[in-house]
Write a protein that binds this ligand. Structure first.
Ligand SMILES: Nc1nc2c(c(=O)[nH]1)N[C@H]1C(S)=C(S)[C@@H](COP(=O)(O)O)O[C@H]1N2
Ligand SMILES: [Mo]
Length: 335
């Protein structure tokens, strides 16, 4: 069956987004200094050679496990997902549990002004305003696969910077072992937060967490844009996490707080159903979710015959360079 998201959702981003808002999202990035390169390949290459000044530092070397390779395009299944699909088929339960709810209900979501705090076990707590999200670190385009635990996947050109950059700036104390993240809590704007029926029974605010070494892995990204523009609200504007080797639910949206801690922080999906969702949530074709096999996935690509490809799921979503982070860890037990 060929599933047509345009029809299924009834809406495309262009249908619901005022043309001037769309243009403004492109202009913001330009004003703040980011100019996308002409071809995606060229951009991806420049991302590879990106400005990781800390990359060669002693401090970073204990976290960095392998050379960077953001592109690693594996055959034709890594065709970019059309923007229209990536921005209309979403999981963002704060706006409802239906895939078409976020694009429909998040359009008036206010992202500016915004405050992002970095605190906890750090030497220098940070408070970033909206403009800082785009100007404090140099922005790169990175094309990543995004694999949802529901067994669909996309290939998305994100714009942002390594999470490590901001953590480094805050100067973690040696006691810091984990990083926790929190989405904005604002039931007036997010209908799912004031109704268990709309919000899928999640306890809000949505929270997530990583081990510090996972957070410092250079692939782990804070994204402020996609497809050459700032993020649309349904994709987690103004700033969201992207951890490409983990199931999509780890990639928490619309973040207001990043806290360094010494204990493993609670995460939304583990709290809701610990037998189904673990803290690690590494993409793993050999460890099935109780209700879905994780061996294969439905890759959402372009129209026509290639609209959806059924492909094998790769360990760590194909980002095998992260495997050393889990040396000696039973990935069946720590799912
Ligand atoms: N705050 C928040 N973040 C979230 C979610 C959510 O419901 N709320 N859904 C997650 C899930 S399950 C997935 S698959 C991805 C989807 O990101 P996308 O809509 O940009 O593709 O966002 C993740 N981040
Ligand atoms: Mo997901």
């Amino acid at each position: 069956m060929i599933f047509n998201f345009r029809k299924a959702n009834g809406l495309t981003e262009n249908d619901v987004t005022d043309e001037s808002v769309y243009k403004e999202r492109r202009a913001i990035l330009k004003t703040l200094g980011y100019v996308g390169a002409g071809s995606l390949l060229a951009t991806a290459r420049s991302a590879n050679a990106g400005p990781f000044d800390w990359f060669n530092s002693d401090e970073a070397s204990k976290f960095v496990t392998s050379p960077l390779d953001f592109t690693k395009a594996k055959a034709t299944s890594d065709i970019l997902t059309p923007e229209e699909k990536a921005t209309t088929y979403n999981n963002f339960y704060e706006f409802g549990t239906g895939k078409g709810d976020p694009v429909e209900k998040a359009q008036d979501f206010k992202v500016n002004p915004w405050t992002l705090k970095v605190e906890g076990l750090v030497e220098k707590p940070l408070t970033l305003a909206y403009e800082d999200l785009f100007s404090m670190f140099s922005l790169e385009e990175r094309i990543y696969r995004l694999r949802c635990v529901e067994a669909w996947s996309m290939v998305i050109p994100w714009i942002g910077f390594s999470l490590a950059n901001i953590i480094k700036k805050a100067q973690p104390l040696s006691k810091a072992k984990y990083v926790s993240f929190q989405t904005l809590y604002d039931p007036k704007q997010m209908p799912g937060q004031s109704s268990r029926f709309i919000g899928g029974g999640v306890d809000y605010p949505y929270v997530e967490g990583l081990r510090l070494d996972e957070a410092m892995q250079p692939l782990t990204m804070l994204s402020v844009g996609m497809y050459g523009k700032t993020l649309p609200p349904q994709n987690g504007a103004p700033i969201r996490l992207v951890v490409p080797w983990k199931y999509g639910f780890k990639s928490i949206k619309s973040i207001v707080k990043i806290v360094l801690t010494d204990k493993q922080p609670p995460t939304t999906w583990q709290t809701l159903a610990a037998d189904e969702y673990g803290f690690y949530a590494n993409v793993n074709p050999k460890v099935d979710h109780p209700r879905w096999s994780q061996a294969r996935e439905r890759r959402i690509v372009s129209g026509g015959l290639f609209e959806q490809n059924r492909i094998d799921t790769l360990p760590f979503n194909g980002y095998e360079e992260v495997a050393p982070l889990y040396k000696g860890l039973d990935l069946r037990k720590f799912y």
